[in-house]
Design a protein around this ligand. Structure first.
Ligand code: NAP
Length: 265
């Protein structure tokens, strides 16, 4: 049985998930990484996940990678099975995988198809992965009462900020906020802490398509701290959660947004 704690991080081949996985690895966690890479012509491509795996292993821990769609029950089962069979434990789950709508469409025109896609990946996937891992954590806790178990989900400023050109994304992230409250409440009796990190504008592939627009907004003072956030900014917060520094604060949303959430006058 592995002595190191183990984390499952979804959507960790790149971007924020990679930042989280790297931080956890630097804290000594063995990591199981999920990803769902496709090349631009629709073929599976594991190159980025393999590169991330290499970087994580260079930190001296074990790292397993598995391609899978978090919105599919079978793929979630395979991910949990990989952690069980390889490491026999999971101390931290980071629900991070998420997508923007493939096409930004006004609220008055947006499609059910896009709604279903975004909600399935961004909310249904983490909701049921959390259910599954939480049940496993409860089992583990009975055997190892001294171990600490934690779940953290990546929300967004979009959970409370209206962007009518991607309503389905906003709704999915508002759902993550409620999910965090629900699981924090339900799992407190088992000593499992549940948290949300709420990133602002973070430099990743997801935001690369709107880089010029956000460059301008940041320069004009949209955020009190006038810079793009980095995946490491979120990684550090998840690291603090993993180290147990927030254990009495279950259910908290930690804003990682350069102060975007502040109301200013
Ligand atoms: P990203 O660079 O596009 O990375 C997204 C990650 O999720 C990738 O690893 C991707 O895998 C994975 N993924 C996508 N669909 C998946 C699926 N169906 N099943 C499993 N994995 C899947 O995005 P990011 O900016 O790092 O975003 C990460 C999280 O932060 C998301 O939940 C996003 O909503 C949230 N967020 C981002 C920002 C921001 O400014 N960037 C702000 C607030 C919140 P592939 O490599 O296979 O595509």
């Amino acid at each position: 049985m592995a002595e190191r704690p183990v984390a499952i991080v979804t959507g960790a081949s790149r971007g924020i998930g990679k930042g989280i996985a790297m931080e956890l690895a630097s804290l000594g966690y063995n990591v199981v990484i999920n990803y769902f890479d496709f090349t631009s012509d629709g073929k599976p491509d594991e190159s980025r996940a393999v590169e991330t795996q290499k970087e994580i292993k260079a930190l001296g821990v074990e790292c397993e990678i598995l391609r899978g769609d978090v919105s599919k029950a079978q793929d979630r089962n395979s991910l949990v099975a990989l952690a069980k069979n390889t490491f026999g434990r999971c101390d931290l789950l980071a629900n991070n995988a998420g997508v923007a709508p493939s096409k930004r469409l006004d609220l008055l025109e947006a499609t059910e198809e896009s709604f279903d896609r975004v909600m399935s990946i961004n909310l249904k996937g983490p909701y049921f992965l959390t259910q599954q891992v939480a049940n496993w954590m409860i089992e583990q806790k009975k055997k190892y009462p001294d171990r600490r178990y934690r779940i953290v989900s990546t929300g967004s400023i979009s959970s409370y900020t209206s962007s009518p050109a991607r309503g389905e994304y906003c709704v999915s992230k508002a759902g993550i906020s409620m999910m965090t409250k629900l699981y924090a409440d339900r799992l407190a009796e088992y000593g499992i802490g549940v948290f949300e990190v709420s990133p602002g504008i973070i430099a990743t592939d997801m935001t690369s398509v709107v880089k010029d627009r956000y460059d301008k907004l940041i320069a004009e003072g949209l955020t009190p701290i006038q810079r793009w956030g980095l995946p490491e900014d979120i990684g550090k917060v998840v690291g603090a959660i993993a180290e147990g520094r927030l254990d009495f604060s279950t259910g908290q949303v930690i804003n990682v947004d350069g102060g975007f959430h502040l109301r200013r006058l």
